[in-house]
Design a protein around this ligand. Structure first.
Ligand SMILES: Cc1cc2nc3c(=O)[nH]c(=O)nc-3n(C[C@H](O)[C@H](O)[C@H](O)COP(=O)(O)O)c2cc1C
Length: 195
């Protein structure tokens, strides 16, 4: 039996994203977003939805570029701060002691402390209502060397990235391995396959 909670924007878990931009004066800024994710395989694309009042909104539109860093569990307080304070008033990199690294492929900075970073070139901007959807083509993915498996793939367990639970308003860590994707489904059928 389900209980209806009305028209709520809900999904669980949401990745915590640190959106990196340069403002018009060239100052590096970071803002927390949880409305976003992968949105196309080819071209590889990632989107974030930013409210019009944010400094980041203005900077993405002006510069046509942004980065997305995935913070680790140990960065929860820094990620929360980046979502409480605006770059309009304060240099969040300096306040948090984070290192602004310049993107190599796009005109946007990222926090060098994030274990995963995407560099994004803005391709689409869509007004949705309270938020503007910014879609960026992924120009590069960077992953901390220590978090790569022997086959060169990112190891989710070693990345230990931060997630967010909306409505509860809680930061979460990821759980462990459950099953192999594109494989375990082959064992799930309960009836005979149709001929
Ligand atoms: C957990 C969390 C998630 C957030 N998610 C979003 C989001 O998806 N989109 C958005 O526009 N603002 C989001 N915010 C609010 C912005 O991070 C906040 O307005 C911030 O001050 C914007 O910084 P800026 O003005 O430097 O861009 C979130 C804040 C927190 C704490």
């Amino acid at each position: 039996m389900h209980v209806s909670l009305g028209a709520q924007p809900f999904c669980l878990p949401l990745p915590v994203l640190l959106v990196g931009t340069y403002d018009a004066s060239g100052r590096a800024n970071l803002a927390t977003a949880v409305y976003g994710g992968i949105c196309s395989l080819q071209p590889p694309s990632f989107c974030v939805s930013m409210s019009r009042g944010s400094w980041t909104h203005r900077s993405i539109a002006e510069r046509g570029a942004f980065s997305v860093g995935l913070p680790s569990r140990s960065m929860a307080a820094q990620a929360d701060f980046a979502g409480l304070v605006s770059g309009r008033q304060e240099d969040k990199f300096a306040a948090l002691g984070l290192t602004p690294a310049a993107g190599r492929h796009v005109d946007a900075p990222y926090a060098a402390e994030c274990p995963v970073v995407l560099e994004l070139a803005l391709t689409h901007t869509r007004e949705l209502g309270s938020h503007t959807l910014f879609v960026g083509e992924i120009m590069d993915l960077k992953v901390e060397r220590e978090a790569l498996r022997e086959d060169g793939m990112p190891d989710p367990a070693r990345l230990d990235i931060l997630a967010y639970a909306p409505m509860a308003g809680e930061y979460l860590a990821m759980g462990g391995f459950v099953a192999r994707a594109h494989a375990v489904g082959k064992t799930a059928r309960r009836n005979r396959p149709e001929k």
